[in-house]
Design a protein around this ligand. Sequence first.
Ligand SMILES: [Ca+2]
Ligand SMILES: [Ca+2]
Length: 325
Amino acid sequence: MVYALTPRFIIMKFFTNPTKSPHAFCGHACSYLFLVTSMVLSHINGVKAAESFCPTGSSPDPRVIWCDDFESETPLSTKYFDFDPDNGDFSRIDYEHYSGLHSLRARWQTGEVDAGHFAYNFGRNPLGSQSHPNQDFQEIYWRFYTKLQDTFVGYPDKMTRATIFAGSNWQQAMIAHIWSSSGQPEVLLMDPTSGVNNSSQLVTTKWNDFANLIWLGAREGSSPLIKGTWQCVEIHVKLNTPGQADGVMEFWVDDVPQAQRNDLAWVKNWSDYGINSIFFSNYTNAGSPATQERYMDNLVISTGRIGCLGASPPKPPSNVRVMVE
Ligand SMILES: [Ca+2]
Ligand SMILES: [Ca+2]
């Protein structure tokens, strides 16, 4: 008899036969095969192993502020600020992942605009902070993996942004947007925006205060989003030296540089707070044309360059066979 040993099959066999060892199935050769296959699968999936440089990893890097591979069962509402679960659609799932066994899913129904959002607050922040509550951060990198369902129709307009919350009414001193380009929606666009005028006064009065925001000049990326494929997105933001137009915004897709500005007067001479929030949103301005999903995994926020995890993870083996006599 010949069995095709998929990962699901092996796991099922262990769990449906808890009193039987692999040896009981098919002898020493089979025990060895089970052992080797389990080791290979653990390596492929990186089951519940945080990246080594993460705070819970094997070699934590003090520059890393936060990591989430969405393997933890801690509720998202506990880990994040302003988590909107979209009636349960924006949630941790076990049928898609980049690493481990889980990722975060956003699901739009046809016509739906907002499929959920959350923020990670850090540093000194008037709205409360998840970590480092006494520090002001001048420079931040954040990296995550994203995947559109292979049948996805169109491209969601909104993805992520860094911001400075500058008051209890959610006033924002700057916003580093990453969203889809309206002219070329398959590529990402960076859109740096200030909430501080040339007299260094905070002029925004609320979240997304479009009447008062100052748009500093968008730049399109060049690498298209590839549906059905996990892609690594990293963004870098550095505030300007007080009084100088030397602030930075740049981003990468799969480690390929996409666009850069290094002449930004993000906040002029204003210095009440540093960068203190990374926001993720699943927003389709005109409503989703279909019921469809986007996934996210392996979020890292750091004060240093992060980079991607390497080549795309190999697919689990589907051609492992064992002869059972
Ligand atoms: Ca994961
Ligand atoms: Ca939904």
